[in-house]
Design a protein around this ligand. Structure first.
Ligand code: UDP
Ligand code: MG
Length: 327
């Protein structure tokens, strides 16, 4: 099997409304580039007709291949599955909803081709069609991560980027369960370059990230197998610490003005409440870390492949697993 110049990885989850249009646009862009390529779709457990559409695309276009995951694993896992199976000398990660304009790919490719830049990421100038809540939370998040993170995260950047073979190989060695992709991208380093663009509105369909869905999702998770209750201690402890701090000031102030009813009571109260709150808070923080160790130590696979279009090369052990299932 010959190695294509580019592997385009497209995670798709219930994207029937945009998929044909996306395919049309990406194919016309790729035709202008004069590079060989594979379009590697990763179906992340879609419940609409996305998979059927992918099968149709596959019959119509030999560049298309797809991996079908056994359920919805989330975008990070889907991208990881794509990265694991991409063959290209460079890999491009792009959303299917046309918020990442495929036309920008030529600009992403140029620095890699001409100057051997390993990572070329698209940075958005604007965020059309996103609510102010999303914009504010995103802005806050980047600022916060920039302050506390070990590696600087480029601002206003998503997963839309080109990565060279050696940076992809580096990324493949990071197998943690909690896959914060932006952080992983930044962690591998290598020469990087940004390309500015205007982020379009979603072409059709809906974003998978509404806040209510995230909330319900997390409630389901609690009963199943998350460590979320540990978090409660963090927030409860923090609230108690703040409250007792304020309450303490009040007692101190009243004691200074009115004198003492029962000797020793105010100071004991302040110390007990404050220490209790702080201890709970730090136990909560410890819990956060223990919870993550718990998840990592289970060492579960990051995703499971249900079936795939054969032109997508698989790792040897996966081919074995599939043939064991009699396929
Ligand atoms: N996606 C996915 N699995 C998910 C959620 C999303 O593969 O569980 C894909 C989705 O099909 C799209 C991309 O990730 O191609 C970005 O998703 P979305 O547009 O919903 O996110 P947003 O742009 O709002 O951040
Ligand atoms: Mg989107």
């Amino acid at each position: 099997m010959s190695i294509p110049d580019l592997s385009i990885i497209i995670p798709v989850y219930n994207e029937e409304a945009v998929l044909p249009e996306f395919q049309k646009r990406i194919t016309s862009v790729m035709a202008t580039l004069g590079l060989s390529y594979e379009l590697l779709y990763v179906n992340d457990g879609s419940v609409d007709t996305t998979l059927e559409l992918l099968r149709e695309l596959k019959t119509a276009d030999p560049q298309v291949c797809y991996i079908n995951l056994s359920r919805n694993f989330g975008k990070e896992a889907a991208v990881t599955a794509g990265i694991d199976h991409a063959m290209g000398s460079a890999v491009i990660i792009i959303d299917a909803d046309l918020q990442d304009p495929p036309e920008l790919i030529s600009e992403l490719v140029a620095p890699w081709k001409e100057e051997s830049i390993d990572v070329v990421y698209a940075r958005r100038k604007s965020r059309a069609g996103e609510s102010w809540v999303k914009k504010t939370t995103a802005a806050f998040f980047y600022r916060f991560m920039g302050k506390i993170g070990p590696v600087a995260l480029p601002r206003d950047t998503g997963d839309f980027r080109l990565m060279s073979r050696r940076s992809i190989e580096a990324l493949k060695t990071l197998r943690e369960q909690h896959r914060f992709m932006k952080g992983l991208f930044a962690w591998v380093g290598f020469p990087q370059r940004e390309v500015l663009y205007d982020r379009d509105e979603r072409f059709a369909g809906e974003t998978k990230w509404n806040y209510f869905k995230l909330w319900n999702f997390s409630l389901d998770g609690i009963t199943g197998f998350t460590t979320a209750p540990l978090k409660l201690a963090t927030y409860l402890g923090f609230a108690i610490a703040v409250f007792s701090g304020v309450f303490g000031l009040k007692i101190i102030f009243e004691t200074l003005v009115n004198g003492v009813d029962v000797p020793g009571y105010p100071s004991v109260m302040v110390v007990v409440l404050f220490l209790g709150g702080t201890q709970l808070m730090f136990m909560g923080i410890l819990g956060e870390y223990v919870g993550r160790i718990f998840n990592e130590s289970k060492n579960r696979p990051l995703y499971l492949i249900q079936d795939f279009e054969k032109t997508c090369p698989l790792k040897d052990d996966e081919i074995e697993a599939v043939s064991l299932n009699g396929e």
